[in-house]
Ligand binder design. Sequence first.
Ligand SMILES: [Mg+2]
Length: 298
Amino acid sequence: MSYENTLSTEGAFQRYEEVRSRFPTAEFADRSKDCSGLTDIADQFDAFLLDSFGVLNVGDRPIPGATQCIARLRDAGKRLIILTNAASYTRDDAVERYHRLGFDFNKEEVVSSRDVTIQRLAQIAPSGRWGAVATPEDCFADIDADIRHWDGDDVDALVFLSSAVLSPDLFAKLEKALRNKPIPVVVANPDLVAPRENGLSKEPGYYAHLLADRLGLLPTFYGKPFGDAFDDAAARLEGVKPERIAMVGDTLHTDILGGRAFGAKTILVREHGLFAGTDVSAFVRRSQIIPDFQCDSI
Ligand SMILES: [Mg+2]
């Protein structure tokens, strides 16, 4: 197998389309409306679900104007939830990272795919031994399960938290182990790619779909675009109707598709994430995943 660990935007888009039958379905508006930012359309919504990477920050830098936008939404009484496909940090660490970036989000305002996942492990393999595909630094103090870093040992179920450790050797070992003994595979970050300094890195979702293609197994995905993540976010917004909620994101197949499948309105941010520097309208047309609104930046 050729082992490239990055993809182009076009390559990522094509792969998202190839695996789309494993994603929820949704209905979309006929066309997107343009807006100058979230404040511009804030009166149409009571709550915003905010993707993080490509919307609030790029790596360790806040996107210019994002902290001010969040402050304006708060002043206008809007409810805010970060809904992020991030599986490598505990919630405490995630909140600390947002504070370092200059955002004032509290713990109740952050829903990560890691949290969505770890609350559901017991449904998948009650009292089972879990192997985690995770970075060596990842601590499992927030996970109430018998779990250890996976390195080929015999376990009852596997959970993907990070793909940074997936060398060709470890992936081959994983594929062989699952071929010999099919066990439940849980994916705590359904993203195929994440923008990094050197291009788009392949993320847990990428490797899970590869295993699904090759072995015929069906992993369980937690995080956008799948429904449990939106259900967990909505649980923090009791009383707000889905049509008064806007999902704000930079990725068509996770943020926009998932947001629409949940019943929220959707806002695509063009300039800082997956589609930065590309003609987004071509990707919208080809996928027919049509955001309700588009803006360059929040
Ligand atoms: Mg993003």
